[in-house]
Structures are given as structure tokens and as C-alpha cells.
Design a protein around this ligand. Structure first.
Ligand SMILES: [Zn+2]
Ligand SMILES: [Zn+2]
Length: 355
């Protein structure tokens, strides 16, 4: 029996700071891997859920779904991992694995409901799943990701690929981003900066579309070929009809119609952020120019592995600021002010998780 006491940081209530928490780990099943967590990225959705802004949060909650660590135990039937391997866990730790969406490798749309890495119900333990702000996690090997040795010197910066990376890679791939394609990226935050790196590595001509001129130097440094200030009406006129696709990475409500105008005939506006309110769309723009809007939620497990292998090959990681776990509450406040370039990552291994 597993008697390991896992040390973690948890939200005990929606309106309280995160504090130390511990729980006894469940047993490793035949197909499970037990991972000692080294790093965990801090995603904006951690804050939404810790503060119950989406409703239905279960407390105490251990957030964190950008997890990198070392495999320290494997069940008897595990074939993909051995003790000592690096492994990653993203937003999901299980799904029904039998419905048509799961069979199509799109577990994130599982008809029975995904088991999320935290704030979900652990089917085996019969208690909530606890995420990556913790010393250990157990996950079935089918949902654990292999982390290439090429990332070994950059494991902290690899962690955000597990959510920010796949959230942007999946739509970019569906949009057929590659050589000869002109792509616009709206926003340059945690998601946007990954989108720029990935779209550039895919071979596209990339323009960052932003409302703040002070993002220009960073956009170009990250590899974008152009930068356009969208608050300038004259830029919006010059760029009309010029993109094959635009990826919107911001969650604030923006004028979709203005960006649909920037697309060429047949172009697609892809959306990964969900504003708190509905956004009006003018169907005439879609009809008269055969344009479309595509929504996208993270990506399936196989696609996440494909993204990790692509990033390992291209040398892509996230730009991060490393923190100890005690700085998490301050980090949340800074994420809300977009005061981070571009992702906080908790150094779990170097943090004293007990205080
Ligand atoms: Zn996330
Ligand atoms: Zn399913």
C-alpha cells in the first residue's frame, strides 16, 4: 500500500490565499506511473478555478496542470515509462477512452467527461484529483507524456508546453500553418508568446497584432516577422484581407468582426480564449468571403506528444520566471496584471512545500 504523504499547496476557499496542504497518495495501479514533480507552470485557469470563477470548484484544491517530473515508480503493466524517465502531465489525467471522441484521440472532448488533473474526481481514489503544486502525482501511462532528453537542461521552461504549448499548437496545426502562410497572432501573453514561437517554427510569416506598442520589441525578439498596433485605424485598413489565419489568444472580449476583416477569402479566425461575455459576429463577413471561426480546447494526448516532440526538435520552450511555491499568491496577482514574461513556473523540487 502506498503510504506516501504528498506535500502540496492548496486553495482551501475561493477567497483565501493558497496554503500548505498534504494528503496520502493513492496506490499505483497496473498501468499507472508515479511522478516526483520537479516543476509546475502557473496557468491563468488555475486562478479562475482556485477562486471559483467558473463555478463548481471543490476545496481544498491543489491546482497545476503544467507538470514535469521524474518517474519514481511504475505499475506492473506499464510499457511506455521506466523509473528514472522524465514525464509530463498536462490538463487531463484520464477520460472514458471508449467514446467516439476518445477513440478519435480527442480526449479533451470526451462525451463522458474528462478527468482533469485537478478539481475533478479521481476514479480510483474516490476523492478530488490534485494537481501539480505538489511533490508527487500518479497518472495512468496513457495520459502521461514522454519528455525528450533534449529538454533536460530546460525542464522548467518545458512545463508550460503542457497547457500553453498544446493550446496554441493544436489550432495552428489544424489551420495548416506552414511555409507561404501569413498568420496573425492576437495577444502576446502566456499563450501568445508560445503561438509566435510555434507558428514561426512551422515556417509561417507571423505578425503579432497587439493593442500595446511596448510589446513590439518582444514580439520581434520572439521571432515574429512583423508587429501591428491594432488601435491604429490605418493599420487595420492596410492589413485588410492579408492573413490566411489569425489566432486569438486573449480572453478579453474583442471585436471579432474587425479581425475577420483582416483575413483573406477563406481565412479562419481561431479562438482559444473565452471572454466572460458573448461577442457579436456579423454573418455577412463570413458568407461574402467564405470565412470561418474555429474554436479549440487544448489538444488530445497524442497531439500533445506530437507538440512536445516538435518543440524538442525545434528547440522551443517557454519564456519563464521561476518562483518558489511561497510566492504563488503574489504570482497570481501579477498574472492578473499581465506582469510576467511570460509564464511563472514553480520550482517544486527546490521549494519547502511544508510551510
Ligand atoms: Zn492551463
Ligand atoms: Zn470518452
Amino acid at each position: 500500500m502506498n503510504t506516501r504523504k504528498v506535500l502540496a499547496y492548496a486553495a482551501y476557499k475561493a477567497d483565501e490565499n493558497l496554503k500548505p496542504f498534504d494528503f496520502v497518495q493513492r496506490d499505483c495501479q497496473d498501468k499507472d506511473v508515479e511522478i516526483e514533480i520537479y516543476y509546475c507552470g502557473v496557468c491563468h485557469s488555475d486562478i479562475h478555478q482556485a477562486r471559483n470563477e467558473w463555478g463548481g470548484s471543490t476545496f481544498p484544491m491543489v491546482p497545476g496542470h503544467e507538470i514535469i517530473g521524474k518517474v519514481i515508480a511504475v505499475g506492473g503493466a506499464v510499457s511506455k515509462f521506466k523509473v528514472g524517465d522524465w514525464a509530463g502531465v498536462g490538463c487531463m489525467v484520464d477520460s472514458c477512452r471508449a467514446c467516439s471522441h476518445c477513440k478519435a484521440h480527442e480526449e479533451q472532448y470526451c462525451k463522458e467527461g474528462v478527468t482533469w488533473s485537478y478539481n475533478s474526481m479521481d476514479k480510483i481514489a474516490g476523492r478530488p484529483t490534485y494537481g501539480g503544486y505538489a511533490t508527487h502525482i500518479i497518472c495512468t501511462e496513457a495520459f502521461a507524456l514522454s519528455i525528450s532528453k533534449k529538454f533536460e537542461n530546460n525542464l522548467a521552461a518545458t512545463a508550460p508546453l503542457l497547457c500553453a504549448g498544446i493550446t496554441t499548437f493544436s489550432p495552428l496545426k489544424k489551420l495548416g500553418v506552414g511555409k507561404g502562410k501569413k498568420i496573425g497572432i492576437i495577444g502576446l501573453g502566456g499563450l501568445g508568446h508560445m503561438a509566435v514561437k510555434i507558428a514561426v517554427a512551422m515556417g509561417a510569416e507571423v505578425t503579432v497584432l497587439s493593442t500595446s506598442e511596448n510589446k513590439k520589441a518582444d514580439a520581434l525578439k520572439l521571432g515574429a516577422h512583423h508587429f501591428a498596433l491594432t488601435t491604429k485605424a490605418e493599420n487595420m485598413q492596410t492589413l485588410a484581407g492579408s492573413f490566411d489565419a489569425i489566432l486569438n489568444t486573449v480572453s478579453a472580449p474583442i471585436d471579432y468582426n474587425a479581425y475577420l476583416n483582416l483575413l483573406n477569402i477563406g481565412g479562419t479566425l481561431a479562438v482559444v480564449g473565452i471572454p466572460a461575455e458573448a461577442v457579436p459576429v456579423n454573418p455577412a463577413i463570413l458568407v461574402m468571403q467564405r470565412k470561418q471561426i474555429l474554436g479549440s480546447l487544448i489538444g488530445g494526448i497524442a497531439e500533445t506528444q506530437e507538440m512536445l516532440d516538435f518543440c524538442a526538435e525545434k528547440g522551443i520552450v517557454s519564456d519563464i520566471e521561476i518562483i518558489k511555491v511561497q510566492a504563488i499568491n503574489e504570482a497570481y496577482e501579477r498574472v492578473l496584471k499581465s506582469d510576467v514574461k511570460y509564464r511563472f513556473v514553480i520550482d517544486v523540487k527546490q521549494s519547502d512545500m511544508s510551510k
